[in-house]
Design a protein. Structure first.
Length: 150
């Protein structure tokens, strides 16, 4: 989308920049989301996304892979297996946050409760295998790789 069209889409003056572009984008997206979840609403939000990307190309990665490349690598622990597991865990957490946008507090409560109940069960002498299977089941329910939200 060309810049002049992007300014029109976001209802901005051609000299608007920075925070005013972001504010207009988020205001319009919130307004669009208040409507019904239909193809017209999705198309409107996609149009707003394109306009925002045209006006702030450095702020909006084009693809999920581009977003992943923008994350600054950490120093790491120096243990390859531990670093690989940490990277995988972070990627899964980001994927879950994107899939369940707006549900992060609920996810945190369920995950925290699962961890706390697992620790309590293990400290009271519950069978380790059964407790870990139950905790893994709850974790998989949160992660839900098979669930596709449309």
């Amino acid at each position: 989308m060309e810049r002049s069209r992007a300014y029109q889409t976001l209802n901005l003056q051609p000299d608007a920049e920075g925070q005013s572009v972001a504010d207009a984008y988020w205001r319009l997206v919130r307004q669009a989301k208040t409507g019904a979840d239909d193809p017209d609403t999705r198309a409107e939000i996609e149009r707003l996304n394109e306009a925002y990307a045209a006006l702030t190309p450095e702020a909006v990665p084009r693809t999920p892979r581009a977003a992943a490349r923008r994350v600054q690598p950490s120093a790491g622990s120096g243990v390859w297996l531990l670093d690989a597991f940490a990277d995988w865990t972070v990627a899964q957490l980001q994927r879950t946050r994107q899939r369940w946008a707006g549900r992060n507090p609920e996810i945190a409560v369920v995950a925290g409760a699962t961890l706390a109940l697992t620790m309590i069960a293990l400290s009271t002498g519950a069978a380790v295998t059964v407790t870990l299977v139950a905790a893994a089941t709850a974790t998989l329910a949160i992660w839900a790789p098979w669930r596709r939200v449309r």
